[in-house]
Write a protein that binds this ligand. Sequence first.
Ligand code: GLP
Length: 244
Amino acid sequence: MFKKIICKNYEEVSLEAFKVMKEVLETEKAPVLGLATGSTPVGLYKNMIKDHKETGRSYKDILTFNLDEYVGLPKTHAQSYWTFMHENLFNYLDCPEENIHVPSGEGEDPEKNAREYEAELAKHTVSVQVLGIGSDGHIAFNEPGTPFESVTHVAELTEQTISDNARFFEGDKTQVPTKAVTMGLASIMRAKKIILIATGANKADAVYGMLRGEKTIECPASILQDHADVTVILDEAAAAKVAE
Ligand code: GLP
């Protein structure tokens, strides 16, 4: 079931997302947070950091599981999702490093990394999963055509995702990794609660497909139609096709 919130601007979107996060932080003693990269959740993470600084809330008992990581980048690479999460959130909280899980894209056998990640994830129930959405309707790196039953696996990125993400690699598509270790759609669906955040006109079609389109693997986010508790937080541009 979707609860849809349409906001005036990014600041409001980030505050609404934090409200849902805050409720989880306040009701669970040791919440398991499913976290996402991309530019969209950065405002939510800023609110979490502010909350930690200003209210003194401790994040030491949280466990975190990130959605995905590029294959072939060392974790300390400037554009790895491990680095992204540390620079945008973890470095500013008191969450111990051993409580943080980001899939590994390093080493000879990324499939094995994916299996091990899924095994660790399966020991827990994610209290709240934060999601962005790709302009082609992908969530994490589950591109169109990914089976709904998929668990953590190695995925090939589509041309569109490589072009979208080139902005993080000096605009150079050839530098963007072509594969990633990603939670699968079934792994994501196990979360108790989901916050999906989308902003900007380039997300309007994907948002329409997710909320109003046919449930199909051609729009991976449409699987969320089957989830019991999804809060979709949009700015006006992303909500343009689902406003009424
Ligand atoms: C990447 C990530 C997704 C994210 C998407 C959108 O492909 N793997 O998890 O949702 O980008 O990113 P942005 O929020 O920057 O638009």
